[in-house]
Structures are given as structure tokens and as C-alpha cells.
Write a protein that binds this ligand. Structure first.
Ligand code: FMN
Length: 211
């Protein structure tokens, strides 16, 4: 199937079959798609947490608007972004990149100086707006990869990030949760959304051309 056919196939699954688990090989591919996502300045400002522990998934339900999909899914991915930029974080990824490419450290020094001048003078909240955006890019890649593998998923913002951060102890990691992505297989008999038409704005409305 083509990418567009896969995107037609997928939908925000509302009911999972809790007995079906996604193979590790497929989960790895979905994570790899997120890891390969482009990010602003290549800083890879987000991480993906993989939760399979049933007790932990159950605990997340009440802080996720009681969405049972969190408990019934096979794997719960949490996309979490840097809480703020720091000099060390920026240097660390650029040192890693130059090392990997066999280039001298500091090769991109004038560029990283510009990044530091921009981000380190902003508030942590302003930083997080930017880092969280990067998480959305990886999130979209993961959704597309899941569809190619015929793994169902549900993009989710419907949770309390502060409570989730606390539960997952994200603060010491310098991360804040942005999004969740339950993975699994649809319960086609009981999911009210499964057979509904996919609705999007017509192309003529969606695309605004300047000729
Ligand atoms: C960022 C984001 C957050 C969402 N949060 C939730 C959510 O918390 N729970 C849910 O059931 N669906 C959630 N959705 C699913 C959307 O409602 C759904 O993607 C949209 O209606 C389009 O339908 P489709 O994905 O089935 O094509 C979210 C989607 C996105 C992109």
C-alpha cells in the first residue's frame, strides 16, 4: 500500500483488543521512524518512553480523561521534550555529531553560538514551546510507520502532562510530556469509529494557492 492508502486506513482507534500485543520488531520500527525525524537544528529535543507495564498503564487512565485505550493498548508511547535548552545539551549533540562525522569539535561553533544566543535568553516556557514542536514531528512519523505496519494507534493530547510527568518522574530527566501514542490492534466489533468515513476539509479549502 502507498503512504496515502496507509493514511486512509489509519484512524484514531477508540477501542483496542487488549489480548493482542504488537511484536517488538514492529515497535522498534515505529520508534526508529520517530528517531529518524528531522528536528530543528538537528538537536533531537525529544525522547520516547515505552510503557508496557500494565499497572503503570492503569494508573495513567485517570489522568488521561479516563480514556481506557491507555490501559487496553499493547504499548503506550509517551513523547517527552526537553524542559529547556542548556549550553550542555546544545554542545553535547553537536560534539556527538562532529565525532560521528570525523570532524573537529567546534566545527559548527559559530552556529551553536547563534543557537545559544537565541534559546538561552528565552524563558523555559518559551524553550518548551519549541522543543515540544519537535516531538510532534517524530510523533507524525511514528503514526505513519505504524500505519504501514498495520498497527493501530491513537494520537493523544488528552491527559494531564503535569501529573504524567510526576508519575513517570520526568523532572530529573529534564523532560516534560507532550503527547501519548497507544499502539495495538483495533477491536473492530466494539470500536464506534472503525467504520466511519474519514472526514477532512476539501482540498480546495485546505490548499491556498498563490499563483
Ligand atoms: C495532537 C492530537 C491529539 C489528540 N488527542 C486525542 C485524545 O486524547 N483522544 C482521542 O481519542 N483522540 C485524540 N486525537 C485524535 C483526533 O481526534 C483524530 O486524529 C482526528 O479526529 C482525525 O481522525 P482520524 O485520526 O481518525 O483520521 C488526537 C489527535 C491529535 C493529532
Amino acid at each position: 500500500m502507498t503512504l496515502l492508502e496507509n493514511l486512509q486506513w489509519r484512524y484514531a482507534t477508540k477501542q483496542y483488543d487488549p489480548t493482542r500485543k504488537v511484536a517488538q520488531e514492529d515497535v522498534d520500527k515505529i520508534l526508529e521512524a520517530a528517531r529518524l525525524a528531522p528536528t530543528s537544528s538537528g538537536l533531537q529535543q525529544f525522547r520516547v518512553l515505552v510503557i508496557t507495564n500494565q499497572e503503570l498503564k492503569n494508573k495513567i487512565v485517570p489522568i488521561s480523561w479516563d480514556q481506557q485505550i491507555v490501559a487496553d493498548c499493547s504499548h503506550l508511547l509517551v513523547f517527552a521534550a526537553w524542559n529547556r535548552y542548556t549550553e550542555e545539551r546544545i554542545d553535547s549533540i553537536y560534539d556527538f555529531t562532529t565525532d560521528q562525522r570525523g570532524l573537529p569539535r567546534g566545527r559548527f561553533g559559530s552556529y551553536t553560538d547563534r543557537l545559544k544566543a537565541l534559546y538561552l535568553t528565552q524563558s523555559a516556557d518559551q524553550n518548551f514551546v519549541h522543543t515540544a514542536r519537535q516531538a510532534y514531528i517524530g510523533f507524525a512519523m511514528a503514526i505513519a510507520q505504524a500505519a504501514e505496519l498495520k498497527v493501530d494507534c491513537t494520537p493523544m493530547e488528552g491527559f494531564s502532562p503535569d501529573e504524567l510527568d510526576e508519575l513517570l518522574d520526568l523532572k530529573p530527566k529534564g523532560l516534560k510530556s507532550v503527547l501519548m501514542l497507544p499502539l495495538g490492534y483495533r477491536d473492530a466489533t466494539n470500536d464506534w469509529l472503525v467504520n466511519m468515513k474519514k472526514v477532512r476539509n476539501p482540498k480546495e479549502e485546505f490548499v491556498i494557492e498563490y499563483k
